[in-house]
Design a protein around this ligand. Structure first.
Ligand SMILES: [Zn+2]
Length: 199
């Protein structure tokens, strides 16, 4: 089992103060989180830099990710090292991800910036059911959605400042290989965890 923060923003997001270097250093020294997905808004630059820095720290796992802003709300794509050229609609972003075998996550579906009721029908591999920036009610609704859609529920800190890093994470029943982690997310071998017991 490996513990992974599946939603984290670097300063390349434009609205975060976290440097890729800080992520790599904190991940290296973290007592139990061993992997992170960098999910900047509409860019992979933060991932690229963290990935480059991580190589000098031994066995850190940096999962490529992107949080795509669409006209209908945000979606997260994991496992693809490319950004969608045209993703004004959420369906364009989903098609882009599917064409590249990316893992599609619907982050904070009922918070502002989420896809809202579209989450009931949109093609996805997992629902983010614990997000510390969403309200308890919004997280509960997301958990209910994951249950009714029979989709895996994951967690991530959605941190934009250093103090919020690692506040939520996912226990993934996989070894530390990134493709195994992504496969386990698709297969639902996951458990969302919140440090502050918001679930
Ligand atoms: Zn985010």
């Amino acid at each position: 089992m490996i513990r992974v923060d599946l939603h984290l923003h670097t300063r390349f997001s434009g609205d975060s103060t976290i440097s890729p270097k800080l992520i790599v250093e904190q991940l290296h020294s973290h007592p139990f989180i061993r992997a992170v997905a960098i999910t900047d808004h509409n860019t992979l630059q933060g991932y690229m830099e963290a990935h480059r820095l991580a190589s000098s720290y031994g066995d850190l796992k940096i999962i490529p990710g992107i949080e795509v802003s669409t006209n209908h709300g945000d979606i997260i794509i994991l496992g693809v090292e490319e950004k969608p050229p045209h993703a004004s609609t959420v369906w364009e972003a989903v098609d882009f991800a599917k064409g590249r075998e990316g893992v599609i996550i619907l982050p904070h579906p009922y918070r502002i910036g989420g896809v809202g009721d579209l989450a009931e029908t949109l093609s996805a591999d997992a629902i983010e059911v614990v997000n510390p920036t969403a309200t308890r009610r919004e997280n509960k609704m997301a958990q209910e959605l994951a249950r009714t859609r029979k989709l895996p529920g994951i967690a991530g800190s959605d941190a934009h400042t250093p103090a919020h890093m690692w506040t939520a994470y996912t226990e993934v029943n996989a070894n530390s290989n990134i493709s195994e982690i992504l496969k386990a997310i698709r297969n639902g071998r996951v458990k969302p965890i919140s440090r502050d017991a918001i679930i």
